[in-house]
Design a protein around this ligand. Structure first.
Ligand SMILES: NC(=O)c1ccc[n+]([C@@H]2O[C@H](COP(=O)([O-])OP(=O)(O)OC[C@H]3O[C@@H](n4cnc5c(N)ncnc54)[C@H](O)[C@@H]3O)[C@@H](O)[C@H]2O)c1
Length: 263
C-alpha cells in the first residue's frame, strides 16, 4: 500500500485542460482529491471520467478563487470533516485565447482596467486567498505539505508578439500575473518553513491544443525541442513536487518548456 492513501490534495481550476492532468498525476500517487472550479458541470464530468479508472475519494466543490468567502467555505468543509490536506495546486487562471474578437482589447493602447482586475483577482489574489486558508491548514499538519503554483514560460520571459497574426497581442495582465506568481512562490516558500510547508512553481510552455496552424509553426521555431508540449507532460513534475522525494526543494521554479526560455 502506498503511503499517501489517506492524504488529500486540492486543485483549483480543476475542470480545465491541465486540471485534469494534475488530477490524474495525484490520483496515480494515491492521493484523494478535492477538485474545485467555478465550472461545476465540468467538475462533475471530470469526476465521472476519473472514477472509471480510480477508486480514490474525489470530492467536488464549486469554488471561485477570486472570492474569499468561497474559499473559506471549502476550508470550513475540510476542517469540519477532518480532512488531511497536504497538497495544494494553485492552477486556476484566466488566459485570453488567441482570437480576432479580443485582439483590440488586449492591446496596451486599449488597456482595460476591468479586464486587468478580473484576471488579477483569479491569477494572483486567488492564490493569496487559497494560500491564506488552505496553506494555513497544511501548516497545521505534523509533516506540513506542498504548495504548487502553476506559472508559465511567461513567468520568466516576455511574450513575443510577432508570433501572433492579425495584430493579436498577449495581454500585459498575463505577464504581470505570471511574473508576480514567481515572487509569491518565493514568499510562500519562506513563510512556513518551520512547519515544513514547501512551495514551488511549475512553469509550462505552450501546450498543443487547437491553436491556429500558423501560430503552432511560429512557436515550434522558438522551441529547441521543436514542438509544443503534450498535456500529459506536466504530470511527473506535479507528482515529484507533491511527494517527499522533493522534500529539500522549495521556492523553485521548474520550467517545462521544451527549452524555449534558454534561447
Ligand atoms: N494551456 C497552456 O498552454 C498553458 C501554458 C502555460 C501555463 N498555463 C497555465 O496552466 C494553468 C491551467 O491552464 P489551462 O490551460 O488548463 O486553462 P483552462 O482555461 O483550460 O483552465 C482554467 C480553469 O480555471 C477555471 N477558472 C476560471 N476562473 C476561475 C475562478 N475565478 N475560480 C476558480 N476557477 C476558475 C476555469 O473554469 C477553467 O476550468 C493556468 O494557470 C495557465 O496560466 C497553461
Amino acid at each position: 500500500m502506498k503511503k499517501y492513501k489517506k492524504k488529500f490534495a486540492l486543485i483549483t481550476g480543476a475542470s480545465g485542460l491541465l486540471g485534469e492532468q494534475h488530477s490524474i498525476a495525484l490520483l496515480e500517487e494515491n492521493f484523494n482529491l478535492i477538485i474545485t472550479d467555478i465550472d461545476y458541470f465540468g467538475l462533475n464530468r471530470l469526476k465521472k471520467k476519473l472514477q472509471i479508472k480510480f477508486k480514490n475519494k474525489i470530492i467536488i466543490k464549486k469554488m471561485d478563487v477570486s472570492k474569499e468567502s468561497s474559499i473559506q467555505n471549502v476550508a470550513n468543509f475540510i476542517k469540519k470533516n477532518k480532512i488531511n490536506l497536504t497538497v495544494l495546486v494553485n492552477n486556476a487562471a484566466l488566459d485570453a485565447k488567441v482570437s480576432k474578437n479580443i485582439k483590440k482589447k488586449n492591446n496596451l493602447e486599449n488597456f482595460d482596467y476591468k479586464f486587468f482586475i478580473k484576471e488579477f483577482n483569479v491569477g494572483l489574489l486567488g492564490v493569496i486567498f487559497s494560500v491564506k486558508h488552505f496553506g494555513k491548514l497544511i501548516s497545521k499538519n505534523k509533516n506540513g505539505g506542498s504548495i504548487i503554483n502553476i506559472g508559465s514560460d511567461l513567468s520568466v520571459i516576455a511574450p513575443n508578439h510577432s508570433i501572433y497574426q492579425d495584430g493579436y497581442k498577449k495581454p500585459i495582465s498575463y505577464s504581470i500575473i505570471k511574473h508576480g506568481l514567481l515572487g509569491l512562490t518565493k514568499y510562500i516558500a519562506t513563510y512556513w518553513p518551520d512547519k515544513k510547508v514547501r512551495c514551488n512553481m511549475i512553469s509550462p510552455g505552450p501546450i498543443l491544443q487547437k491553436q491556429p496552424i500558423k501560430l503552432i509553426k511560429n512557436l515550434k521555431k522558438m522551441i529547441p525541442l521543436g514542438r509544443l508540449a503534450n498535456k500529459s507532460e506536466y504530470r511527473s513534475a506535479i507528482k515529484f513536487l507533491s511527494l517527499d522525494e522533493s522534500s529539500y526543494i522549495t521556492g523553485q521554479n521548474l520550467i517545462i518548456d521544451g527549452g524555449r526560455t534558454v534561447w
